[in-house]
Design a protein around this ligand. Sequence first.
Ligand SMILES: Nc1ncnc2c1ncn2[C@@H]1O[C@H](COP(=O)(O)OP(=O)(O)OP(=O)(O)O)[C@@H](O)[C@H]1O
Ligand SMILES: [Mg+2]
Length: 233
Amino acid sequence: MTIKFSGFGKRYGGVTAVEDLDFAVGAGRVVGLIGPNGAGKSTSLRGLLGLVRPTSGYATVFGLPYGQLKMPGRQVGVHMEGLGFETGITGRRHLQICATAVGASKDRVDAVLDEVGLGRAARRRLGQYSTGMRQRLGLATALIGDPEMLVLDEPANGLDPEGIRWLRRLLRSFADRGGTVLLSSHQLAELAQTVDEIVIIKGRTVFAGSLDELTGNGVHQLEDRYFELVNHA
Ligand SMILES: Nc1ncnc2c1ncn2[C@@H]1O[C@H](COP(=O)(O)OP(=O)(O)OP(=O)(O)O)[C@@H](O)[C@H]1O
Ligand SMILES: [Mg+2]
């Protein structure tokens, strides 16, 4: 397993953001995290990346806490809100800095700009980027080190329909080449088209498994099953 949450929990003072989170992800899989607002999705992803320290249990990538990875920038590509961009520099400059930081070759910059469809916007300042362009740049940032794993918090937010389809294909081909993808989303129907496995959380794991398991091989409607599980959690 390339990602593992075991009894993972995080309390902020008196608020339990998430507890008893248990699921694992294997290489070559795209796994989607979904749950209501405040369910603990971002907290869990941040915990996986060592950005918050668990108050119980643990989360590992490639069998280790993120902080113990030898070359995290080359192993795990990350995109989540709050990591921030310097608004005064161009997209290309941002990626050049990221490439240097993770020890990636300069050739990667143009390759990922093309891959995310930002070739024409590469020389514009980030302060002028639209929401979707920032999402694409975030993905480019995640891809710059040619990682084996992607951890993405709501990567489809703000993307147009074409962008969503493009993202789905990009994640699929990344996984087909043996990569691991863990992403969060608010869009159940969209997620269902993208992922191999789904993890529903609401302060804890409500469901973890394949879409077929969730719907009983299509016997139940996805949305009905989701609300049934979430409302009883
Ligand atoms: N830094 C923090 N300090 C205090 N409480 C926090 C902090 N970060 C998150 N929380 C709380 O933890 C809970 C889970 O928040 P989290 O952001 O992980 O949810 P989420 O599933 O990502 O929600 P959304 O769908 O809105 O993005 C919420 O109750 C939130 O208020
Ligand atoms: Mg969130």
